[in-house]
Design a protein around this ligand. Structure first.
Ligand code: ADP
Ligand code: MG
Length: 701
């Protein structure tokens, strides 16, 4: 470690950047000054020593102490990575965090993003096999890499960051690393693999004991007291209350930036707008207020803006301006924004919820835990004493909030994970070393789904189809749809549909011009299918010359960023299809029209487990799970067809099914007799209809 220290200080005082061979820029030196102030620097040699003498090290430290941006750099600087041979990888639960931190670290190291420092997120790989020594990637992508490289042979160190978040992929990775580490001891074929598990909360002891007593290092944090305020009464509308509080702070409180936590893009954009209007109303004499949103689908250039320092005073000697960042959970622990003194916490975030009984996984706005609330308030005390405004009552904090959020693995459908683990050769899921094992019913549901889809045989072994499905970075149903689409002569169309479904909603419907937006969408509508409507919009976009596309999207209420990323997704999927020998064929006739029947058959062939049947009284009932559902108002489906398949079950005020396609009883009994098996079918109107279909099928022969 002494040697490490020596190399480090040598590097820090040298004027030549060892990664580029060029002199450091002046920006490098100025950033270095701020970096050296971070608490992790005190702790550099202790960390490097612990890593040198242990295979696993657990690091716990206050958010903002420099763990994510500095620790991976310490490791590459002392030589854990060799360009073209081994790399240091650092996982992040969120895509935004992976891309934004990679950009920051590239800046700190004074190197090009995508060369020395890179990142990999689903459908986007900005790294280089020859020169990348440090790569930030989502935990899900590392899991994917493990499928083709089970020993993670190109990694010398894996930093599992934000482990306290307990995402599904991080939990699975931890279990996987427990199996990989003994095979990557010193002297093994690919050399020793080190793991650094980083966590922001006190839960670190839980990790320590899971990793059989790995050393636990605590980064000394520095935080200032944060005064907490609660509301006297519950707030009816938390977005409104958050806006009001932000304006109030700007009017009445001393200098310091504001961080507001909301749950998603729409809410955040709305709040930003209203805060801007509120600040305008205060007139030109009030200090300037700038407002920045932060959420995952925001383009990187805009995400970066949150780090712009607050504006100065309007007049020399006047009060300084203020910055407000309105963010999703990402600012809770993943990203640290300096200068925050006030935090507004309405107490909600979007969380994944899975109900195995009805097989529905949804993102619901749900109350956060007390642990999250504490993290959020902590963000106000990084640089000096701060204030946190909780928009709920103190009683509610103690009585209604859970102490911690359940790990995601207890709230997710497991089909994807089970397929991944099977591909990794882990057959005994019951004895896999999960930190918190998933509910048996959830595992059963996953195995059942994969068996119905033909990915696993009746013994639970992976089939050829299953192996192919595991290669695609998609949900099992979409993977199957894509793989089987050539049988229906429409793989060109299905890959477009899958790409358009893998990105944020491409149809926009701003409240103030809803009617115009609906009319624009109607041009693409296919009355039998929302999926084909997506396809039509996407195909129309591809025919517009590149330089006119932005305008075209604007005119047609299409989200241009979304549809452009759909193009990228499509490109990647087509590459994988080529690799898997899945032919690209089209059902488009010489008149340019699609054979929509075959497209709907291809959809049915993969989606038959998500089908609903029209009841005599007018609503739909989902097959087997018997949930009453309604067509979502955004659906372009004409009338009320007897059978529909759906992509998404949206649990809101009403149970809606979204992205819907008309299907036929005849297709269902043809394609999935093992699922629509009358002997095991609950009595219902759909069953009567299926009985008729089977009779017709017999007659057809
Ligand atoms: P931790 O992982 O311990 O929470 P980080 O390494 O994420 O801490 O953050 C360390 C510091 O780096 C913080 O002060 C943060 O504000 C700063 N930082 C991170 N990204 C950027 C960026 N893009 N621009 C400016 N400062 C940044
Ligand atoms: Mg961090």
């Amino acid at each position: 470690a002494k040697k490490h220290q020596a190399t480090l200080s040598a590097r820090q005082s040298s004027s030549i950047n060892p990664w580029t061979g060029r002199s450091y820029s002046s920006r490098y030196h100025s950033i270095l000054q701020t970096r050296l102030q971070l608490p992790v620097y005190q702790f550099q040699s202790q960390l490097l020593e612990a890593v040198a003498s242990n295979q696993i090290v657990v690091v716990e430290g206050e958010t903002g102490s420099g763990k994510t941006t500095q620790i991976p750099q310490f490791l590459v600087e002392v030589g854990y990575a060799l360009p073209g041979k081994t790399i240091v990888g650092c996982t992040q639960p969120r895509r935004v965090a992976a891309t934004s931190i990679a950009a920051r670290v590239a800046e700190e190291m004074d190197v090009t993003l995508g060369k020395t420092v890179g990142y990999t997120i689903r459908f986007e790989d900005v790294s280089d096999s020859e020169s990348t020594v440090l790569k930030f990637l989502t935990d899900g992508m590392l899991l994917r890499e493990a499928m083709n490289d089970p020993l993670l042979s190109k990694y010398s160190v894996i930093v599992l960051d934000e482990a306290h978040e307990r995402t599904l992929a991080t939990d699975v990775l931890m279990g996987l690393l427990m199996e990989v580490l003994p095979k990557r001891k010193k002297g093994s074929k690919f050399g020793e693999l080190k793991v650094v598990v980083m966590s922001a909360t006190l839960d670190a002891e839980k990790f320590q004991s899971y990793f059989h007593g790995a050393p636990l290092l605590k980064v000394p944090g520095r935080t200032f007291p944060v005064e907490i305020f609660y509301t006297a009464e519950p707030e009816r509308n938390y977005v409104e209350a958050a806006v009001r509080t932000a304006i109030q702070i700007h009017k009445c409180e001393g200098p310091g930036d504001i961080l507001v936590f909301l749950t998603g893009e729409q809410e955040i954009e709305q709040a930003c707008e209203e805060i801007r209007l509120g600040a305008q109303d205060m007139g030109k004499d009030a200090p300037e207020l700038v407002v920045y949103p932060l959420y995952s689908s925001l383009p990187p250039a805009q995400q970066k803006k949150i780090f712009t320092p607050a504006p100065g005073p309007r007049v020399v000697g006047g009060p300084p301006g203020r910055k407000v960042v309105v963010s999703t959970n990402i600012a809770e622990t993943s990203l640290t924004i300096d200068g925050i003194v006030y935090v507004i916490d309405p107490g909600f975030s979007k969380q994944k919820v899975y109900n195995p009984r009805i097989r529905v996984e949804s993102l619901l706005v749900s109350p956060i835990s007390r642990a999250s609330a504490r993290q959020r308030s902590g963000r106000a005390g990084r640089t000096r004493p701060g204030k946190c405004f909780r928009l709920y009552t103190e009683q509610s904090f103690y009585n209604d909030l859970q102490e911690t959020t359940y790990p995601e693995i207890l709230r997710s459908k497991m089909a994807n994970v089970v397929l991944t683990l099977k591909k990794l050769g882990i057959d005994d899921l019951v004895h896999f070393d999960f930190m918190d094992p998933p509910a048996p019913e959830t595992l059963m549901r996953a195995l059942e789904l994969l068996n119905y889809l033909g990915a696993l045989d009746d013994e639970g072994d992976m089939t050829d189809l299953g192996r192919q499905m595991a290669e695609l970075p998609l949900d099992p149903q979409l993977s199957k749809m894509l793989i089987c689409s050539p049988d229906f002569n429409c793989s060109e169309e299905i890959v477009n549909i899958v790409a358009a479904m893998s990105v944020p909603q491409i149809f926009m419907r701003p409240r103030e011009s809803a009617k115009a937006a609906d009319e624009a969408k109607a041009q693409f509508a296919d009355a039998t299918s929302d999926h084909i409507t997506l396809l039509n919009a996407y195909a129309a976009y591809e025919e517009v010359p590149i330089e006119e596309r932005k305008q075209w999207c604007w005119d047609n209420f299409i989200n241009d960023r979304s549809i452009a990323s759909a193009q990228n997704v499509k490109k990647q999927l087509r590459n994988i299809m080529t690799r898997l020998d899945i032919p690209l064929v089209t059902c488009r006739g010489s008149n340019g029209k699609y054979d929509t029947n075959t497209i709907r058959m291809a959809l049915t062939n993969a989606m038959y487990m998500q089908v609903a049947y029209l009841q005599r009284q007018g609503s739909y009932l989902t097959v087997k799970d018997n949930q009453i559902v309604y067509l979502h108002p955004s659906s372009v489906i004409d009338g009320k067809p007897q059978w529909v398949l759906f992509e998404e079950f949206a649990l809101t005020s009403k149970n809606y099914i979204r992205t819907v396609t008309t299907t036929r009883g005849e297709w269902l009994v043809d394609m999935a007799p093992h699922y629509f098996d009358l002997d095991n079918f609950p009595e219902c109107e759909a069953k009567d209809e299926l009985i008729l279909e089977y009779k017709k099928k017999l007659r057809r022969g």
